[in-house]
Design a protein. Structure first.
Length: 191
């Protein structure tokens, strides 16, 4: 029997995702530097939530797919896009273990604070592989598997070592690792 550890963020607490202090411990501009975005990139933000990373990413690339399993999150993202006059983001509703994009359709895929939310991690990682172009980059940021005073329960978190193993077993090549205050940052390449 496969144990499916997951914990989907409650949209009733969406304000937490855009809290002012988040920029101190999880700065999108600093984190996005790790993947060396290019203006011609088509990117996807898997588990985009409030668009906290989607909007800064949209300012760096040609197009971003903001993907989430919760309609409430996508509605919030659409409102934010209108307010900020962002026109190169396409919100997409997904199923829990499927990415609603074609094969090899994105140059960059990011997934921030969501690895612990995926029920079938091997299946979603295969989906990430499928939608990334050859030489495409994958950015994973998630909570360290230790008590941080906030975030998902520790027992549901995926350790950095376990995350690396999951992605490498799917064929991704680890290109960089960084330790953040409460998170780890992993960049993989599809070779």
């Amino acid at each position: 029997m496969v144990m499916r550890r997951s914990h989907v963020f409650d949209p009733e607490h969406i304000a937490v995702l855009d809290a002012e202090d988040r920029n101190v411990w999880q700065n999108p501009d600093e984190i996005l530097k790790a993947v060396q975005t290019q203006p011609h990139f088509v990117a996807a933000d898997l588990g985009c939530g409030s668009g906290y990373f989607t909007i800064p990413l949209a300012r760096r690339v040609r197009k971003v797919y903001g993907i989430d399993v919760q309609e409430e999150m996508l509605s919030f993202l659409e409102d934010k896009m209108k307010k900020l006059k962002i026109t190169n983001v396409e919100p997409l509703l997904s199923k829990p273990d499927e990415i609603p994009l074609g094969n090899e359709s994105v140059d960059l895929l990011i997934s921030v604070n969501t690895l612990h939310e995926f029920g079938d991690k091997k299946k979603i990682v295969r989906e990430m592989w499928r939608v990334l172009e050859k030489e495409g980059r994958l950015l994973i940021v998630d909570f360290k598997k230790e008590e941080t005073g906030f975030g998902p329960p520790v027992w549901i978190r995926v350790s950095k070592a376990e995350a690396v193993k999951i992605f490498e077993s799917a064929g991704f090549v680890l290109s960089s690792v960084r330790e953040l205050q409460f998170h780890y940052l992993l960049v993989f390449v599809k070779e």
